[in-house]
Ligand binder design. Structure first.
Ligand code: C2E
Ligand code: MG
Ligand code: MG
Ligand code: MG
Length: 293
């Protein structure tokens, strides 16, 4: 009996595994054509001044409108793209599309805030020409390097060797700014702050989520804010979802936040409307009315 059960479990497990492997293979193949087929789209999530709701930044977040599977979130395909090499083409597209969007907004008479894009280690370091591509996109769309911020995670910085450090310095010299994403979730965060030309850090969502019930998350948030203040690095709190979190962050001296409380990531058309207003009305409360992401 035990043996049979073991075998049944094994079969189940192997069927599940088969399905996952199959899905990965399919997504890997689909990814190759996705860009050419126009299936990728950038959503934008506002970063706002906590005190006023003024929109001071936008984070570009990648979405894949898959013809069969529907809307796919980046966690479902970015890791595959990183392993299979598609990430370079994807990353170039993201950067170029964001620059084009900035130009579009300017053409419509809208002054866009800082636009942040996420960059993987693979994009930055497997391809020595990243900063060249940056300057090409800036030229192509008549965008100033200061309009764009690159969000790097601590794991990206962890893989940074001397040569890579030079890449970051060249990017900074171009005039693009660098933010550390998900701050506090990686290793030796403090060393990175002094070793690299970082202008902002983003307090990871996981700490903000713990406010106001988890004492250590609140301590970490406070200490991070103090550290950033001392080092003259700006802070964005990620994943702000409630009024209680907003109140705590403000009392701890945080000035800028991003999260469902203000706005979910939205399509370009919607963000254009938000930018025309310039502010996110504090009455737009996502906590009471959670919409699908
Ligand atoms: P991230 O850069 O840390 O982005 C923040 C994630 O948190 C986004 O998920 C966003 O939708 C989500 N988020 C924002 N506010 C809230 C909130 O209040 N509550 C909760 N629960 N979540 C919130 P998303 O869009 O699924 O992206 C996931 C990750 O995928 C990103 O994490 C980033 O690491 C990666 N990613 C997204 N776009 C790109 C891209 O263009 N290139 C690369 N290399 N990675 C990307
Ligand atoms: Mg990010
Ligand atoms: Mg983040
Ligand atoms: Mg993340």
């Amino acid at each position: 009996r035990a043996k049979d059960e073991g075998r049944a479990r094994y079969c189940l497990h192997s069927a599940e595994l088969d399905r996952k492997v199959h899905e990965r293979v399919e997504l890997t193949n689909d990814l190759r054509a996705a860009l050419d087929n126009g299936e990728m789209e950038l959503y934008y999530q506002p970063q706002v001044k906590l005190a006023s709701g003024q929109i001071v930044g936008l984070e570009a977040l990648l979405r894949w409108n898959h013809p069969q599977r529907g809307l796919l979130m980046p966690d479902g395909f970015i890791p595959i793209a990183e392993k299979t090499g598609s990430i370079n083409a994807l990353g170039h597209w993201v950067l170029d599309r964001a620059c084009q969007q900035i130009k579009d907004w300017r053409d419509q008479g809208i002054a866009p805030p800082l636009v942040a894009i996420n960059v993987s280690a693979a994009e930055l370091y497997t391809n020595s020409g990243y900063e060249q591509f940056l300057s090409e996109s800036f030229k192509r769309w008549d965008v100033a390097p200061g309009d764009i911020e690159l969000e790097l995670t601590e794991s990206v910085l962890m893989e940074t060797t001397q040569a890579h450090g030079d890449t970051l310095t060249r990017i900074r010299d171009l005039g693009a700014s660098i933010a550390i994403d998900d701050f506090g979730t990686g290793y030796s965060s403090l060393a990175y702050l002094s070793a690299y030309p970082v202008s902002r850090l983003k307090i990871a969502q996981q700490f903000v989520l713990g406010i106001p019930d988890n004492a250590s998350d609140m301590v970490i948030t406070r200490v991070t804010l103090g550290l950033a203040r001392e080092l003259n690095v700006e802070v964005v709190a990620e994943g702000v979802q409630t009024k209680a979190q907003l109140d705590f962050l403000m009392s701890a001296g945080c000035t800028v936040g991003q999260g469902f409380y203000f706005s979910r990531p939205v399509q370009a058309g919607r963000v254009t409307e938000l930018l025309r207003g310039g502010f996110i009305e504090p009455t737009v409360k996502c906590d009471e009315n959670p919409a699908p992401n």
